[in-house]
Ligand binder design. Structure first.
Ligand code: NDP
Length: 296
């Protein structure tokens, strides 16, 4: 039985980072501009701490300025909003990322709304969501951008494909669907109330799964030859006591049917931070009134 092409997210992310590094060097030399990313972490959640450290490391590795703000768990909402206001007005800062989740006493929506949309490198601000859905230049959430770059590695022109996205969250499902629409796919968005999900999935030439349900999509659901992008991440403990990561797709089954598939780990995950750096470069160019070169 033939096996699907494995889409190597690590290698693709490395390629994006290399392009970014070259563009950052050029920006510095040609107009004396160094892109800067401010990352704000409130509290000491261990997973968030690791994400932030990785973001800082990769930002510096790409030759950009990194501004790290680690605030105590009990930080008042007004103090966080004041910091964001200060970063909004700081010319050295082109991107602002507030690591989520925030502590319960802070209103996430208010914090996201306070970020200057031109510096909103997570792409969560409703101005950016609106700009994306109306086809205007926007800062687009990082994971969806990564999904589309990975799909285009397999098929550079996605025009006319039947695309099915499972999940309708604001951070993954909806923006990925918008991006696929821009790529001229015929897009179906499925969710927890979708009837006959397996039949809907069987229509897909391109399937993006962001449901947060461990190995939910079975091999029998997949159209032979389809491109499968698995966004889900679940940490399991094997009977031997080892930790294992799996996705929303039953990989061992799907790999026998799909034409190409992202693994978990090593698929979509590595693309997310690479696309954050990409968005920071895009925001830096726009601060100079120009669009960034192709960084895909
Ligand atoms: P959310 O929980 O916000 O959204 C999940 C979506 O999936 C919802 O729209 C929900 O439908 C739908 N859904 C849930 N169960 C089913 C089901 N049984 N059948 C069909 N649809 C279903 O999750 P996120 O979008 O934030 O994340 C999705 C997954 O991606 C998670 O596993 C998360 O860990 C992972 N992730 C990975 C990232 C990476 O860098 N690799 C980055 C971000 C997320 P409804 O709206 O009806 O409730």
């Amino acid at each position: 039985m033939s096996k699907a092409q494995i889409i190597d997210g690590k290698a693709c992310a490395k390629g994006v980072r290399e392009k970014i590094k070259a563009v950052v060097t050029d920006l510095k030399e040609s107009c004396g501009l160094t892109p800067g990313l401010a990352v704000v972490l409130v509290g000491a959640d261990p997973a968030s701490d690791i994400y932030v450290s990785n973001k800082v490391k990769q930002t510096v590795g790409a030759g950009m300025n990194s501004f790290e703000h680690r605030l105590p768990q009990e930080t008042a909402q007004d103090d966080l909003l004041s910091l964001i206001e200060q970063l909004n007005g700081d010319d050295q800062v082109h991107g602002i990322l507030v690591q989520l989740p925030l502590p319960d006493h802070i209103d996430e929506a208010k914090v996201i709304a306070a970020i200057d949309p031109l510096k909103d490198v997570d792409g969560f601000h409703s101005i950016n969501a609106g700009r994306l859905s109306t086809g205007q230049p926007a800062l687009v959430p990082c994971t969806p951008v990564g999904c589309v770059i990975l799909a285009k590695k397999v098929k550079p022109d996605l025009t006319g494909l039947e695309a099915v996205v499972i999940g309708r969250s604001n951070i993954v499902g909806k923006p990925v669907a918008q991006l696929l629409l821009q790529e001229n796919c015929t897009v179906t968005i499925a969710h927890s109330r979708t009837k006959n999900l397996a039949d809907v999935v069987r229509r897909a030439d391109l399937l993006v799964v962001a449901a947060g349900q461990q190995e939910m999509v079975r091999g029998t659901w997949i159209k032979p030859g389809a491109i499968v992008i698995d966004v889900g991440i679940h940490r399991l403990t094997t009977p031997e006591g080892k930790t294992k990561l799996v996705g929303d797709v039953a990989f061992d089954e799907a790999v026998k049917v799909a034409g190409a598939i992202t693994p978990v780990p090593g698929g979509v995950g590595p693309m997310t931070i690479a696309c954050l750096l990409r968005n920071t470069v895009v925001a830096s160019y726009r601060s100079e009134g120009v669009e960034a070169p192709d960084l895909g």
